[in-house]
Structures are given as structure tokens and as C-alpha cells.
Design a binder for this molecule. Structure first.
Ligand SMILES: NC(=O)c1ccc[n+]([C@@H]2O[C@H](COP(=O)([O-])OP(=O)(O)OC[C@H]3O[C@@H](n4cnc5c(N)ncnc54)[C@H](O)[C@@H]3O)[C@@H](O)[C@H]2O)c1
Length: 268
């Protein structure tokens, strides 16, 4: 991974920031992107203090033109792109019957279209270098989670896109990884959108009991290095994917009961 140029969207916090640390610690050159320059500056300073070669680029993944500019800026600065990690994402939590449809659109624009745009503008460079496209999906991209219609739909769509890309790139030796973390401690649940599009504010789950962002990033780093096609994390996540394939009706009940136990569950 030494000297590989890695773009990480949404790289100023959570799993994205931990990925910047993991790749950077192994000698990769990093570009982190995000919407807020202040958060990017703070993350860049912390990474530089660890001896990591890093630049930031202010960009909203849901805006196609920002992704084109991002790819151009990476090539201008580093001369190449080897790995794109489509990490930027948001979540939502509300029953579909109560949900303002603009929330689903916002989630799709970031989680699905954001990855599509970023990949579109980085792909020719990645092809030249026989590099990698990594998509950070979720267990929710294999098994729909109640009160997460928009989120699950965006991750199912992402996985469909990645599967086709992987197949199209077979003879070009471009590696495509679909990475599916399970519950990982981060801000994603606090910033989740509610039925009317406002932020949830609190996590409904015990974040301290989850995998850390650093552990998650290390798994993704290793899977990228080994050019694995799939990474499914946590025993609970693997079991969910496996059982859902064979007994989806039974899993409806299991998943309903698990999600209904969350704090302030919309089912109550
Ligand atoms: N934390 C989990 O439990 C979990 C589980 C499975 C998958 N994931 C996925 O991991 C990825 C990272 O999430 P996280 O848990 O680290 O949460 P996080 O909220 O810490 O990170 C998400 C990052 O994306 C950025 N972002 C959001 N909208 C953006 C936009 N329009 N343009 C650019 N950047 C934007 C945020 O600012 C943030 O830096 C997401 O794709 C998420 O769906 C997380």
C-alpha cells in the first residue's frame, strides 16, 4: 500500500477517518473529502501529526460536479489515483408510513448517487493503475432493516452497482470490494434523519458495545490489500446475512424484535 493514492469520501470522522489512519500508517498518500472545511482541517492536522501524507478536498458527494473536481484535484496534486473508498454516508430512522419522501431522496443522493459519481470520475485513473474501488455498504444492504427504508434501499442499490462494476472490470484487473460493516461506534446514528428530515440527535443503541471505527477500518484495509471481493463484519452481521438467505420470513420476526427494542423505537 506504500505510495498508493487513496481518496476517502467522508473522511473527517468515524470509519472514514479511521481508514485514513490505517492506509496512511502503511505509507499511502491520502485525500479526505467532506462538506465542512473546519472538520477536514482538524482531521488533516491530526493525520499530519501522525506523519501521514494527506490533503483534504471540500466536496458534497451528492453533487456530481464536486466529484469531478475532487478527482481532478487528486490527480493534480498526487499525479494519480489508485484507490477510491466510497465511505460518505448518512442514515435515517422512521417508519415508511410517517416518512417525508424527501428523506429517502437525500439518503439515496449521498449513499448511492454519491458513490456512483465519485466512481465515475475516478475510474479511468484507477483502471490505469489496476487499483481498487471500495464501497462501504452495510449489513442493511443484505437485509432490510425496519425504520430504515431509505438507508437499506441505498445500500442495496450500492451493492447492485458494485456487483456489476466488479464484473465489468474483471478483465481489466480493477479490484472492487463490497465492505459491509455491522454496528460500528460512530456519529452515524446521532446524525440520522428522522421522519421530517431533522437530525435524530441521540443514538438509540449502546455505541460503547459496538466494534470501534478503528477495528472496522483495519478489517477494510486488510481486505483491500488482499483484493478481497467481499467483507462482512461481526458475527451477528454474518449470521444475519446467512439466515436471511435461507429463512427470510423467520428473519422478518427476528429483525423486527431486535429493532423494536431500540430506544425510542418508532414501533412502540
Ligand atoms: N457506523 C455503523 O454502524 C455503520 C454500519 C454499516 C455501514 N456504515 C457505513 O459506513 C460509512 C461511514 O459511516 P460512519 O459510521 O463512519 O459515520 P460518520 O457519520 O462518522 O461518517 C460519515 C461521514 O460521511 C460524511 N458525509 C455525509 N454526507 C456527506 C456528503 N453529502 N458529502 C460528503 N461527505 C458526507 C459525514 O460528514 C461523515 O464524515 C457510511 O457509508 C455508513 O453507511 C456504518
Amino acid at each position: 500500500m506504500k505510495d498508493k493514492v487513496v481518496i476517502i469520501t467522508g473522511g473527517s470522522s468515524g470509519i472514514g477517518y479511521a481508514l485514513a489512519e490505517a492506509f496512511g500508517a502503511n505509507g499511502s498518500k491520502i485525500m479526505i473529502t467532506g462538506r465542512k472545511q473546519e472538520a477536514l482541517d482538524e482531521a488533516t492536522n491530526k493525520l499530519e501529526a501522525k506523519g501521514i501524507e494527506v490533503i483534504s478536498f471540500q466536496s458534497d458527494v451528492s453533487k456530481e460536479e464536486d466529484n469531478q473536481k475532487m478527482a481532478e484535484a487528486a490527480v493534480k496534486h498526487f499525479g494519480r489515483i489508485d484507490i477510491l473508498i466510497n465511505n460518505a454516508g448518512i442514515s435515517m430512522r422512521a417508519l415508511f408510513s410517517e416518512l417525508d419522501l424527501s428523506v429517502v431522496k437525500r439518503v439515496m443522493d449521498i449513499n448511492f448517487y454519491g458513490a456512483l459519481y465519485a466512481t465515475k470520475y475516478c475510474l479511468s485513473e484507477i483502471e490505469k493503475n489496476q487499483g481498487s474501488v471500495v464501497g462501504i455498504s452495510s449489513i442493511a444492504g443484505y437485509r432490510g432493516l425496519p425504520a430504515r427504508t431509505g438507508y437499506s434501499a441505498s445500500k442495496f442499490a450500492l451493492q447492485g452497482f458494485l456487483e456489476v462494476l466488479r464484473t465489468e472490470m474483471l478483465k481489466k484487473n480493477v479490484h472492487v470490494l463490497t465492505a459491509c460493516p455491522g454496528f460500528t461506534a460512530s456519529n452515524i446514528r446521532k446524525s440520522s434523519l428522522t421522519a421530517d428530515g431533522s437530525h435524530q440527535g441521540d443514538s438509540p443503541r449502546k455505541e460503547e458495545k459496538m466494534m470501534t471505527a478503528e477495528e472496522c477500518a483495519n478489517h477494510i484495509y486488510k481486505a483491500t490489500k488482499k483484493r478481497k471481493k467481499f467483507l462482512t463484519l461481526t458475527t451477528q452481521g454474518k449470521l444475519t446475512v446467512f439466515l436471511n438467505k435461507w429463512i427470510p420470513g423467520f428473519m422478518d420476526k427476528v429483525v423486527y424484535n431486535v429493532m423494536a427494542k431500540e430506544e425510542n423505537s418508532p414501533f412502540k
